[in-house]
Write a protein that binds this ligand. Structure first.
Ligand SMILES: [Cu+2]
Length: 460
């Protein structure tokens, strides 16, 4: 029986879900589950299950979960691979490929032991497949085009069927023209919930994928041949300040699941709290094998589930620790100008190019508040504003917001943290005498000119 309640519930909670069966021939797709698409980049509320086995749903950062129907004991989903437009942050949109209206595609949530049937319709201009990363399944359902199945040609619909054998954290992506299709944004999250809803139970369970793009300033489509030099580093194809905060109530047990479909590793770092890695793509980690961390490296193709208690109130940064991954396009080919006096030359160039601006004589922090003219459809490299001024971040950065009065199940942004008096770093107003140094000759001015000549007979 088709569960319409799922759609109605989803639509009521997340205004963005649109049932778009009328967009395709009803006759042709009469046997398919209704097609749900998302037209919003906001984080949608958890999709509470109203059919199938019970579970505690996840929250996909700037994303959503796909509704389903139960038919003859099978849980049925319908994915459509298609070109999409994704807003990375206000002011910048990209032409990507994705699923059901967005990139990444919707999160698929099932329960251990459920029989799952996924209809995949290809509306791309070239063939595709889907590989269900990390799953135990029959070999012919594994989705490697040519090896395990014929390619899904444009306009065709294929069916995948397998039992969700073990609970955990998974993802899906094409295994067909893979370099191009993943560079274009084709990927999605998959969570198989444990059969016992009390196993590994948490109060908030967030998930997102790491993806990277190379989109030239002023253009809209990723360069698909880039191997290393990407300029947009994203959580779920959003960059700071376009990434929603992770909102928690003080005392919550929190899980964050991260999957990496970029071309490099990402050391994911949480401020103010220690966490443990409780799951990988291979399954749950035995409690005796876990250790505390504040940063965990997520290598290419890996998934990590981290867990912590949200004990400490505040706005805590949560980001990739590679500093180039917390900035947006525009910043990567700028020469180092620290210590260079550019005033004279800037004045001369300004006479020829009125918009000319030299960058970074004293470091690049001033660029966080600089409003220099940008090409169309481009984000500043360092951006975002907090209650104390520019945050000077971009890319893979968001904020974990822990509040005392956040209601259970409420994910709304509570606004900036209200710091208790006397708990913010402050300016020293006392004497500013020179710091004492042990030996006068260690003064940096002197050391800078001390050159030790090479010894020996090398001719110098
Ligand atoms: Cu990174």
């Amino acid at each position: 029986m088709f569960s319409r309640r799922n759609f109605i519930k989803g639509a009521a909670q997340g205004v963005g879900i649109v049932v778009a069966a009328s967009a395709v021939s009803k006759f042709a797709l009469a046997a398919l589950p209704e097609l749900a698409v998302m037209n919003d980049t906001k984080t949608q509320p958890p999709l509470v299950p109203s059919s199938g086995l019970p579970y505690n749903p996840v929250v996909t950062l700037n994303g959503w979960s796909l509704p389903w129907r139960i038919k003859n004991g099978w849980k049925e989903f319908h994915l459509v691979a298609e070109p999409v437009v994704r807003e990375f942050a206000p002011g910048m949109k990209a032409h990507l490929w994705g699923y059901n209206g967005q990139s990444p595609g919707p999160t698929i949530e099932v329960v251990e032991g459920e029989k799952v049937r996924i209809f995949v319709t290809n509306r791309l201009p070239e063939h595709t497949t889907i590989h269900w990363h990390g799953q135990r399944l029959p070999n012919g359902m594994d989705g490697v085009g040519g090896l395990n199945q014929p390619q899904i040609k444009p306009g065709k619909t294929f069916v995948y069927e397998f039992e969700a054998k073990r609970s955990g954290t998974f993802m899906y992506h094409p295994h067909a023209d893979e370099m191009v299709q993943m560079a274009m944004g084709m990927m999605g999250f998959w969570v198989t919930h444990p059969k016992d809803p009390n196993f590994m139970k948490v109060d908030r369970d967030f998930c997102f994928l790491l993806s990277s793009y190379d989109i030239d300033p002023g253009s809209f489509t990723p360069k698909i041949n880039t191997m290393l030099d990407f300029n947009l580093w994203s959580f779920n194809s959003r960059v700071f300040p376009g990434i929603d905060p992770l909102v928690c109530r003080q005392g919550d047990k929190v899980r964050i699941r991260v999957g990496n479909l970029t071309m490099t590793n990402h050391p994911i770092h949480l401020h103010g709290h220690e966490f443990t890695v409780t799951g990988t793509d291979g399954g749950w980690v035995q409690p005796s094998a876990r250790w505390p961390e504040v940063t965990t490296d997520v290598a290419v193709g890996q998934m990590r589930a981290i867990e912590f208690d949200a004990t400490d109130l505040g706005d805590w940064a949560f980001h990739c620790h590679k500093s180039h991954h917390t900035m947006n396009a525009m910043g990567h080919d700028v020469p180092t100008m620290i210590g260079v006096d550019t005033k004279g030359v800037s004045n001369k160039i300004s006479k020829i190019l009125p918009d000319y601006m030299s960058m970074g004589e004293d470091g690049m922090a001033s660029m966080g508040e600089m409003h220099m003219p940008l090409p169309e459809n481009t984000l500043p490299m360092m951006t975002g504003t907090g209650q104390f001024g520019p945050i000077e971040m971009g890319g893979m950065f968001t904020v974990l917001k822990i509040r005392k009065d956040q209601k259970p199940g409420d994910y709304k942004d509570p606004g900036p943290y209200n710091f208790p008096q006397g708990t913010v770093a402050f300016e020293w107003k006392g004497d500013l005498t020179e710091p004492q140094r042990a030996h006068a000759e260690q003064h940096s001015e002197k050391i800078a000119f001390k050159v030790r000549k090479p010894q020996g007979s090398c001719g110098h």
